[in-house]
Ligand binder design. Structure first.
Ligand SMILES: *[C@@H]1O[C@H](CO)[C@@H](O)[C@H](O)[C@H]1NC(C)=O
Ligand SMILES: *[C@@H]1O[C@H](CO)[C@@H](O)[C@H](O)[C@H]1NC(C)=O
Ligand SMILES: *[C@@H]1O[C@H](CO)[C@@H](O)[C@H](O)[C@H]1NC(C)=O
Ligand SMILES: *[C@@H]1O[C@H](CO)[C@@H](O)[C@H](O)[C@H]1NC(C)=O
Length: 489
């Protein structure tokens, strides 16, 4: 049997990503669960917990609905075991990422870009997660591969459907695509009026279906991007989750994502500017990257994962303009650079995938085993808000209480969210919530990070330590090295 080279590349990529589904055993950011799996789980099974974003109706249901279809199918076939519910969405994501890489490779025809993408530690860490940024990265690669570049023979606007879909799941995708769409409108030789008509039709269909879907699931007419904008401006929510320096993406974000390639990236910028006619596509991509980084830098809240959709373009720039540099490189220098590149990606990749913040998921697997055979469970999480997934990993309608961290929706000048109040004085919060309120059921499980335990000794008198789970070597503020699970005596 003859297997074509293309099928071989695609299957290798899929296998590479499928392996990483099982290698990556850690939690990254709360959104991975709370903006996708938890919402989908609630849609499919009728119980669960929605964060304030969903109460304020500022997120689009598009992505969770896709996941919930998967969940419902599993429920119909009685295959809704927790292990399948948590692994299947990641396998789905892995295949999408692999397909994105394949399309990108077919377009760039540059195997070094593909190798760099496969070995990049941050993409490895994120490519199988149920994060919207991961979906966005994969679909951005697909859209770029069918984008009508001035020097390509693709003329159709099919890529716009993907862009429209991306804007539906995450409206900020429009930032990246705005310069590319303008580029297409300006460089296309087709009838401009006709093009604008095509753009308008696709845009209208995407907007309309997005509004229809959200209105259906929210139960009222909702334009979620508008609500997002309104709530953000009204309550200045972006600042709540941390603000970083204006140049954070340049001096911290990109270097972490690109590693050794960062220096090459800077060299390539110079090269591309000098020979912009040879590097036409790279020059356009550089403008897109510059524009996007500029807009993102102006927003106070910054995260590494927001840069993910730019990563394939950055790596393409690095690997495609190094060919002219290559000649000057001596062989050993090149070899040691490749060695360094592998080392600096494999080590952080393995550490973050296997060790850092693995406690969140280990804890949920343990809790699931603990509660599956007993009724009337009541679990109290004394951790920072959304430190762990919840119902998508428990898959049981048990009572839980997590500390919330809602933005300041009140007119209270001294507003503090529940988690802040708790961490300011843990025992006082527990006294107020449990000891002085006789109506409330006392939880039979209490989950807490190690450093809080000494502060709540009086409350834990009625409990015994049941497990201790490793969380991370370098925890953030209010997190700890270990998670303790206490069970009522
Ligand atoms: C889940 O439990 C809550 C409280 O015990 C109950 O009100 C709700 O109806 C349950 N939901 C489902 C789908 O079983
Ligand atoms: C806060 O105050 C403004 C005006 O003083 C009022 O319109 C608004 O309803 C108040 N919000 C809450 C949550 O009390
Ligand atoms: C909360 O919001 C109100 C009005 O929106 C404001 O007056 C108050 O200062 C805010 N409190 C804090 C702690 O930011
Ligand atoms: C407990 O419940 C009773 C009746 O439901 C109510 O009258 C009482 O105020 C509650 N007590 C507290 C401390 O919430």
């Amino acid at each position: 049997m003859h297997i074509s080279k293309k099928t071989k590349v695609l299957s290798c990529l899929i296998i590479w990503r499928l392996i990483s589904v099982f290698v990556v055993q850690t939690a990254h950011v709360p959104d991975e669960y709370w903006q996708s799996l938890e919402v989908a789980h609630r849609l499919a099974f009728g119980y669960g917990y929605l964060t304030w974003e969903w109460v304020m109706k500022i997120r689009s249901y598009t992505y969770p609905v896709l996941l919930s279809i998967m969940y419902r199918t599993l429920a119909l076939t009685s295959l809704d075991y927790v292990i399948i519910l948590t692994v299947l969405p990641r396998i789905f994501q892995a295949v999408i990422s692999a397909y994105g890489e394949y399309k990108f490779y077919k377009w760039t025809k540059n195997k070094w870009t593909l190798y760099s993408l496969c070995i990049n530690w941050y993409w490895y860490y994120c490519a199988t997660r149920t994060l919207i940024n991961t979906v966005e990265t994969a679909f951005t690669m697909i859209a770029l591969s069918i984008f009508p570049w001035r020097d390509s023979n693709i003329k159709s606007v099919r890529y716009l459907w993907i862009v429209g879909f991306l804007c539906m799941i995450r409206p900020t995708a429009a930032i990246i695509w705005l310069p590319l769409c303008l580029y297409h409108l300006c460089t296309s030789l087709q009838n401009k009026l006709m093009l604008i008509r095509q753009y308008s039709i696709i845009c209208a269909i995407c907007c309309f279906s997005s509004i229809l879907l959200d209105s259906y699931y929210y139960g009222m007419l909702i334009i979620s991007p508008w609500e997002f904008f309104r709530v953000n401006v009204l309550y200045k929510i972006g600042d709540l989750y941390g603000t970083q320096h204006l140049l954070w993406y340049i001096i911290c974000g990109l270097p972490v994502l690109l590693g050794c390639y960062y220096i090459i990236f800077l060299l390539c910028i110079y090269q591309i500017m000098k020979h912009s006619s040879i590097f036409h596509r790279q020059a356009v991509m550089l403008i897109v990257i510059g524009w996007t980084l500029g807009v993102y830098s102006l927003l106070p809240h910054k995260e590494f994962r927001f840069l993910l959709p730019l990563l394939p373009m950055c790596l393409y720039i690095c690997t495609s303009c190094t060919f002219s540099l290559n000649v000057k490189f001596i062989k050993t220098a090149k070899k040691s650079f490749v060695g360094l590149l592998i080392l600096t990606n494999v080590l952080p990749g393995l550490y973050f995938s296997l060790i850092h913040q693995r406690g969140s998921l280990d804890l949920m697997n343990l809790l699931h085993k603990e509660i599956i055979n007993t009724d009337n469970n009541n679990i109290l999480f004394l951790t920072p808000c959304h430190a762990t997934p919840l119902y998508s990993y428990l898959h049981m309608n048990v009572s839980t209480k997590i500390l919330t961290c809602e933005p300041n929706f009140t007119n209270n000048t001294n507003y503090m969210d529940e988690a802040d109040i708790f961490f300011a004085n843990p025992m006082q919060w527990l006294d107020k919530t449990y000891n002085s309120n006789k109506n409330i059921t006392i939880p039979n499980y209490v989950i807490s990070f190690d450093h809080i335990v000494p502060k709540i000794g009086r409350f834990l008198k009625q409990y015994q330590l049941s497990s201790q789970i490793f969380y991370a070597h370098f925890p953030q503020l209010n997190y700890g090295k270990y998670i303790y699970v206490y069970k009522r005596k």
